[in-house]
Write a protein that binds this ligand. Structure first.
Ligand SMILES: *[C@@H]1O[C@H](CO)[C@@H](O)[C@H](O)[C@H]1NC(C)=O
Ligand SMILES: *[C@@H]1O[C@H](CO)[C@@H](O)[C@H](O)[C@H]1NC(C)=O
Ligand SMILES: *[C@@H]1O[C@H](CO)[C@@H](O)[C@H](O)[C@H]1NC(C)=O
Ligand SMILES: *[C@@H]1O[C@H](CO)[C@@H](O)[C@H](O)[C@H]1NC(C)=O
Ligand SMILES: [Zn+2]
Length: 488
């Protein structure tokens, strides 16, 4: 007998039926999938600018993905291209103790100067969870630059909660080529939510200390003050902080001499900062704290300071970071062939911080474990981590901060590149570690993730990333590590 494989007639029939069933399901699912896919790609039928009052020509319909396109500009997540910010003058006063309601708040005012690029009767500016002082019933006051020029009256204002806008509708039109000033006064909560302008606490010698700090990336600058909160909407920022006398205020640029003031019967300090470079809102940072610092010896290329809890500074935990920052900055200066763009570099270790570190231009914020190194307690791996994270953040001072992606769909370029060059910068200061040989492990590490169901392409269309939660989703291992390992 020839060797063979025999099954019963009934079993054969059953198997045939199962095969047909499986095939049918596959076909049905493919058809469904193809249908869904074309639905995603087609411009949605409702999206063409069905605007009533606004200038429809200023609002090209974005290629929104799955959801039907919203009919009006304030229901779209992207700002129209009719206005561009130039300069902000901001004053903020965080309260480091709770008010009568038990709420920690900050008050502030802001004047943004913007230029009109296309005639429009609509101002959209991002704002999230801020309460405004009303001027003649409206949340904002509008002036034309130059004063005597006429400015259209405000018809109506409201908060558009879904898209985080303060909407200002005007009676007449702003004219292309002219500049305007929009002034607002507001109050926000200094919550312990690690986003926007937030508060953090720690204990020192048994005493609880409160500090105020920021995490703007990607879309939380709008929680601190009204702003055109997109990376391409770069502007110059002039910031003034009002804070308790025992605290110090820090920001992206260096401060003028603080002055003592008395406001509402309270003895406070007012610290004004030099104008920033032209920069994106997501890179802004400000901190009010009682932390200590060590700084570079005079003669360093720029002023370098490491900030941390006073005790940690006394114990020398910031020494390693201080020692390596100058040489890494010099390495990148040479690597990019471009001098460090700012006049100082502050790096601060925060007791409460959600990411590993954040590359705010001139004031980099870190988790304590990513900046501090204690030879008595930290491992060699901790030390390697400190060197590569510092290197990653310093790399962003040029790539990401000086030169910035237009929109978040190109985040992979920003993060992947910084992750890659972080090995080069760290290797330049710790050549015996052979860090560049370790890069291969990082790329291998991400392959496992890339193989999983949550993987995604590195890049995507601008229109595919619109909402804040879609933007936040991009900050994952794929975005960071398809080039090397993840480090915020
Ligand atoms: C903003 O607030 C500060 C502090 O209260 C005040 O000194 C300043 O005049 C205000 N700016 C404007 C333009 O109202
Ligand atoms: C803003 O106003 C709302 C509604 O009145 C209130 O519940 C909230 O506490 C206010 N926020 C602040 C920070 O005062
Ligand atoms: C501000 O006040 C503090 C304490 O009240 C004092 O030590 C400091 O010298 C004052 N600074 C100026 C510039 O007057
Ligand atoms: C850039 O390269 C040129 C040519 O090698 C050199 O002369 C210059 O000093 C470099 N600039 C910086 C900032 O490194
Ligand atoms: Zn980064």
């Amino acid at each position: 007998m020839a060797s063979g494989f025999y099954i019963s007639r009934a079993l054969a029939l059953a198997l045939a039926l199962v095969s047909v069933g499986a095939l049918a399901s596959i076909i049905a699912l493919s058809v469904l999938y193809a249908k869904e896919k074309t639905k995603d790609l087609e411009p949605s039928p409702t999206s063409p600018a069905a605007t009533t009052t606004a200038d429809s020509s200023s609002f090209p319909s974005p290629r929104t993905s799955s959801s039907p396109g919203p009919p009006v500009p304030w229901q779209r997540y992207r700002l129209p291209d009719s206005l561009a910010p130039v300069h902000y003058d901001i004053t903020l006063w965080p309260r480091l103790e709770p008010d009568g309601r038990g709420l920690f708040i900050f008050t502030g005012n802001s004047t943004v100067r913007f230029v009109c690029l296309k005639d429009t009767d609509l101002i959209l500016i991002h704002s999230n969870r801020l309460n405004f002082t009303l001027f003649q019933g409206h949340e904002a006051r509008l002036k034309a630059l130059g004063g005597e020029a006429t400015v259209p009256a405000i018809k109506t204002t409201w908060m558009e909660l879904m898209t985080d806008y303060l909407v200002v509708q005007l009676e007449g039109r702003l004219e292309a080529g002219r500049s305007y000033l929009l002034h607002t006064e507001f109050v926000g909560e200094l919550a312990d939510d690690l986003a926007g302008f937030y508060r953090s606490k720690y204990k020192e010698n048994g005493v609880e200390k409160i500090l105020a700090t920021t995490q703007m990336q990607p879309t939380d600058a709008r929680k601190a003050f009204p702003c055109f909160d997109e990376p391409a909407m770069k502007a110059v920022f002039d910031l003034t902080m009002i804070h308790p006398r025992e605290t110090v205020a820090l920001s992206n640029s260096i401060n003028y001499d603080p002055i003592n003031v008395t406001i509402e019967g309270r003895h406070l300090t007012m610290t004004r900062f030099h104008s920033t470079e032209m920069m994106s809102t997501y890179l802004l940072a400000f901190v009010v704290c009682e932390l200590g610092f060590i700084s570079s010896a005079p003669g360093a290329p720029v002023l370098i300071r490491i900030w941390a809890r006073k005790q940690a500074i006394l114990e020398g935990q910031g020494d390693y970071a201080l020692e390596k920052t100058g040489p890494i900055l010099s390495y990148f200066q040479n690597y990019y062939n471009q001098t460090y763009p700012l006049t100082k570099s502050d790096q601060i270790a925060l007791p409460d911080f959600s990411a590993g570190a954040m590359e705010n231009w001139g004031l980099i914020t870190y988790r304590e474990t990513a900046l501090l190194y204690d030879p008595a307690f930290s491992s060699i791996e901790d030390k390697e981590n400190v060197a590569t994270v510092i290197s990653h953040e310093l790399a962003h001072m040029w790539f990401g901060n000086l030169v910035t992606m237009r929109w978040w769909n190109d985040l992979w370029l920003n993060e992947g590149f910084a992750t890659y060059v972080s090995y080069l910068g760290a290797d330049s200061v710790e050549p015996t570690w052979k860090l560049t040989d370790l890069m291969v492990f990082e790329v291998h590490g991400v392959m496992e993730e890339d193989d999983g169901p949550t993987s995604h392409p590195l890049s995507c269309e601008e229109g595919e990333v619109q909402k804040p939660h879609q933007i936040r989703q991009l900050f994952d291992t794929i975005t960071y590590s398809k080039v090397a390992r993840r480090q915020e």
